[in-house]
Design a protein around this ligand. Structure first.
Ligand code: GDP
Ligand code: MN
Length: 402
């Protein structure tokens, strides 16, 4: 789960990390008061979307101007003007894709005077099973580009969970970033604070780009991207409450309400499968036969008819879906439950695209009979290979006719 920059900074502040003072706003009418409260003389008006690269981003609407999604304002009038221009407009950045994101919130910040821009992030390193810090002198840049072009400028510092952050980690980070004296001490303290926040809140990723050295010699987190382990949200109701559904895929939100493991992808074949491994294999075999899956969906082991119905509706509601493949190996899951769920959903929402069903396992004959009796136009398949070929052929035939 992701949160907005201003929410991430509020969490960092709880742990003592230095950030600028700021006020989030949802309407341009709040801009003047926010700017007055902060005092100036320089403010930063920042679009709040769950994507980076906002500064260099472009708005689709000409009325939003061409100054990007992060703007320095030199007067309260300018803060108000930028707020009017950006709120409600669609920001396209390297990370949003061509569709962009609607800016529904702004963060007005007290402008900082920057001496140097650095990069710092913390992440769960799966190779070492530890939290690692990644630091670089190349702050404010796209870190993937730095990693590709100048990998020697990226330093990784791995933290043993038994000891937590030690003074030597601080020294290593300060060395890598050319920080001396008080700044080096500040770096050691910052790592301790970030590590505490990372662990306490079950984060997946914390990226501060840029971490700045201010003109008066202080470290400050100027930007913050934070994402949390979704499986740990149950023990962080405060974090879960920060969720902004406007930033998330409506289909994924609906799926999470039904406790379905669903992820939208960009292909054309909707998949309904039980078991994550079988779902991955199904996606792979669709690819093998030359098409791409529109989603990952694991309906789980003990799915009810209602859950299957909800899942099928989410798939059919996706206009990118040109064909559906139901692939069930009934173990705990019974094939007749799947069949009933599929039929209930089709009765409700209709079926505009070809549907291939492969059932195997517990109550398979019962499931097949239910589908056969339903009068639905279902293409039956015997095994996974057969099913994948049949749905790919059906989708291509439909495309040929269109
Ligand atoms: P991003 O483009 O989405 O990564 O947004 P950032 O929060 O990183 O802001 C983009 C850039 O705007 C930063 O790299 C800075 O160069 C600049 N910027 C952001 N806040 C301030 C500020 O308080 N003062 C100054 N002078 N520049 C800022
Ligand atoms: Mn940034």
């Amino acid at each position: 789960m992701n949160v907005h920059e201003y929410q991430a900074k509020a969490i960092l502040k709880e742990f003592g990390v230095p950030v600028s003072r700021g006020v989030p706003i949802m309407a341009a009418s709040e801009a003047r008061k926010a700017a007055e409260e902060l005092g100036g003389p320089v403010w930063v008006v920042k679009s709040q979307i769950h994507a980076g690269g906002r500064g260099k981003g472009k708005f689709k609407e000409a009325t939003a101007g061409d100054k990007g999604g992060v703007r320095l304002a030199k007067s309260i009038d300018e803060v108000e003007q930028f707020s009017k221009e950006m709120l409600g407009a669609t920001l396209v950045t390297l990370q949003t894709g061509a569709a962009g994101r609607t800016v529904g919130r702004l963060y007005i910040e007290d402008g900082a005077a920057i001496d140097r821009e650095l990069y710092l992030s913390a992440l769960v390193d799966r190779a070492t099973s530890r939290v690692s810090f990644v630091v670089s002198t190349e702050g404010g840049m796209d870190i993937e580009t730095v990693a590709h072009d100048t990998p020697e400028r990226i330093h990784t510092i791995s933290v043993d969970p038994a000891t937590g952050v030690m003074p030597h980690h601080g020294r290593a980070a300060a060395d890598a970033l050319n920080l001396k004296g008080d700044l080096a001490k500040g770096m050691a303290k910052l790592l301790t604070q970030l590590y505490a926040a990372f662990v306490a809140k079950d984060m997946d990723l914390l990226e501060i780009n840029p971490l700045i050295v201010t003109k008066d010699g202080q470290l400050k987190a100027l930007d913050a991207k934070m994402s949390f382990d979704g499986n740990a949200m149950y023990r962080h109701p405060d974090v879960a409450a920060l969720r902004d559904e406007a930033e998330e895929d409506a289909k994924e939100i609906e799926a999470s309400k039904h406790d379905l493991n669903y992820i939208t992808l960009d292909g054309t074949i909707g998949c309904m499968v039980n078991g994550a491994g079988l779902a991955m294999a199904t996606m792979d075999i669709i690819k093998l036969y030359g098409e791409a899956p529109a989603n990952f969906l694991d309906v789980g082991g003990g799915a009810t008819k209602e859950k299957v119905t909800a899942a099928f509706k989410i798939i059919t509601a996706d206009e990118n879906v040109k064909g559906i493949l139901v692939n069930i190996f009934g173990g705990i899951m019974r094939c007749d439950v799947i069949a009933e769920g599929v039929i209930a959903a089709v009765k409700d929402v209709g079926l505009q695209v070809p549907l291939v069903v492969r059932l195997e396992g517990t109550n398979v004959q019962l499931g097949k009979d239910i589908i056969a009796r339903s009068g639905l136009n279902v293409i039956a398949a015997d095994d996974l290979d057969d099913a994948a070929q049949k749905i790919v052929t059906a989708v291509r035939d439909a495309r040929g006719k269109a």
